[in-house]
Write a new protein. Sequence first.
Length: 190
Amino acid sequence: MSTIRITGGGLKGMSINVLANEVARYTSSKVRQAVFNMIGDIEGRSVLELFAGSGSFSIEGLSRGASSATLVEADRRMTGLIANNLARTGLNKYCQVLHMDVRYAVPLLFGRKCVYDIIFMDPPYEMGYVMQIMTLLQAHPLFTRDTIIIAEYSRRERDTLTYCEGFEGHKTRKYGDTVISILRNINLPA
């Protein structure tokens, strides 16, 4: 077991647990801090974290004032880790954790008429998941025109997010091998 630190808000400096293994890859504190600097104030906003891993993005968001978070993770070890991290931070009352594949969770949440202010996805690199999930979100919109969609992926992946039909790339930044793209929907009425 290893730890990473929360970079801002009420829990700034607190450590959360992450699994130390060869499979999981966690968003670094530097990249998480950069993402929150790019998106600005999130006070009162709802978060959807896809491929949640340790739940660090949602925990960081709640620490910085987000009102609620839904975390989707298929790996049972990771959902157990998320539950422990949420209990340790006292944030579990603001969260819903779904132990399921993202490809099933998005239609399920759409069926429940869920809408989020911030959608963050950090899938395994170089497996084509980002474009699959963007397509899935277009078919099952869990967003409004004001929703911020954040995708983290490898710089070796073909950067087609800014050309994804119906979305507009607002900001893209590179941090070593990691690329962060922040998108908004442009086809929904204001």
